[in-house]
Write a protein that binds this ligand. Structure first.
Ligand code: FAD
Length: 397
């Protein structure tokens, strides 16, 4: 197996690199480098730049503005995006809502939603988790009653990222409470402006407002907003969550953080010398770099051995698990570099309204990034659940 990029792939990498260099607005890049959140308006602007280039939704089919890239090209694209400190496309829009519509939407639904999802005219959130239904997602209870021309929704979702900013939710709802739990679930698109929806903030450990509870009180959803068949939502969700993606390990993001830590450690003094000369610091950095190299090789092997039957490759669980651990470790290293200045904060962090910092520019958001990275091993399936999958599907335990 040849794990090196071919000359064509290197040419592709150079093209992507040059595009990011020329097209990424400097203020967005600066925020990304500093680990700050990107305001919605900036994210929308960046999506439109990618859309103009034809690169906003590379995984969609060509008919719907996809690129037809190979898994290796998708990997290179994601890696270059991190290297350039460009924001990733909003996954709720492109990977989740978009990919499901491409696979299971009617022609009418695709025409209605896909162009607006790509341009971020519609900002989507994901309504899956509920109190009591996280890892055991099929236990979800929020009820959608079929009333002939519409569904009537009552219940509650939780941990809904960006619900307060969203125009639409794609979600799973219980349509048959008597069927086996995976069988009575339906996938609906819900207009967040519908009467009866209440969104309440949850402030996370990084001090920011990403997360929400969403309450449904007799919310009407027209029949035409159902994706696929009634009671088959679990199948569509499995397809969506199980798509082993080339980018789940976010190797590029960890690499970019290590490069940043190395550069900044030269500017920070520790016991009278640059931190970059501290044996303890170098040892920690080297250990992470070795693990990251191993992950990168595993990632390339997963790409090279991609399953052709469209089913989930259990190797994606290894990538998710190890990738999230390394994302956490790299934010820890940056925390070591920033020291006490890591805690400096802006007055309105999430909206990025002020840029007040106490220490060096680059240090201000380090603690927030560190805290936010704790969530990477929880969302999209916790690391414990990934270990269960590896035990069953790879180790056959
Ligand atoms: C920052 C963040 C953003 C999120 N965004 C969204 C979103 O936009 N939309 C959405 O729908 N959800 C979202 N989630 C929710 C996320 O998917 C759930 O938190 C996750 O699935 C875990 O579910 P839970 O929180 O209910 O924990 P639980 O499932 O209750 O798990 C609690 C603990 O028990 C462990 N555990 C559970 N079952 C097993 C098992 N079988 N074997 C071993 N250990 C087990 C878990 O690993 C965990 O450590 C988000 C979560 C976070 C942290």
């Amino acid at each position: 197996m040849d794990l090196k990029f071919s000359p064509e792939e290197i040419a592709f990498r150079d093209e992507v690199r040059a595009f990011f260099k020329a097209s990424l607005p400097a203020d967005i890049q600066r925020r990304m480098y500093r680990g700050q959140y990107i305001p919605k308006a900036d994210l929308v602007a960046w999506h439109r730049i990618l859309a103009d280039k034809g690169w906003v939704a590379p995984e969609w089919t060509r008919e719907w503005s996809g690129t037809g890239w190979t898994a290796t090209q998708l990997y290179i694209f994601a890696e270059e995006m991190h290297r350039a400190y460009a924001p990733q496309q909003r996954s709720q829009n492109i990977n989740l809502a978009g990919n499901t519509l491409v696979a299971f939407g009617t022609g009418e639904q695709k025409k209605r939603f896909l162009p607006k999802i790509a341009a971020m005219d519609y900002f989507f959130c994901q309504g899956f988790s509920e109190p009591g239904a996280g890892s055991d997602l099929a236990a979800l209870k929020t009820r959608a009653e079929n009333k002939g021309d519409h569904y009537l929704i009552n219940g509650q979702k939780i941990w809904t990222s960006g619900a307060h900013l969203s125009d639409w939710m794609f979600g799973l709802f219980r349509t048959d409470p008597n069927a086996r739990k995976q069988k009575g679930i339906t996938y609906l698109l819900v207009d967040m402006k519908s009467p009866g929806i209440t969104v309440r903030p949850i402030i996370s450990i990084d001090g920011a407002h990403h997360l929400n509870e969403v309450f449904f009180d007799n919310v009407k959803v027209p029949m035409e907003n159902r994706i696929g068949e009634e009671n088959r939502g679990w199948d569509y969700a499995k397809h969506l969550m199980g798509n082993a993606r080339a980018t789940v390990a976010r190797v590029g993001l960890s690499k970019a953080r290590i490069a940043k830590a190395k550069a900044l450690a030269q500017q920070v003094t520790h016991e009278g010398k640059p931190l970059s000369e501290s044996p303890r610091f170098r040892e920690k950095l080297a250990a992470v770099e070795v693990e990251l190299k191993a992950l990168e090789i595993t990632n390339m092997r997963a790409i090279a051995g991609k399953r052709q039957d469209g089913r989930q490759d259990p190797k994606s669980s290894v990538l998710k698990m190890k990738g999230s651990e390394l994302q956490q470790l790299t934010t820890e290293i940056l925390l070591d570099v920033a020291g006490p200045h890591a805690m400096a904060r802006q007055t309105d962090f999430y909206e990025c309204r002020t840029d007040e910092t106490l220490g060096p520019d680059w240090a201000a958001a380090t603690a927030h990034s560190y805290f936010m990275a704790r969530a990477v091993s929880i969302f999209s399936g916790t690391n414990e659940v990934q270990r269960n999958i590896v035990a069953k599907a790879i180790l056959a335990l």
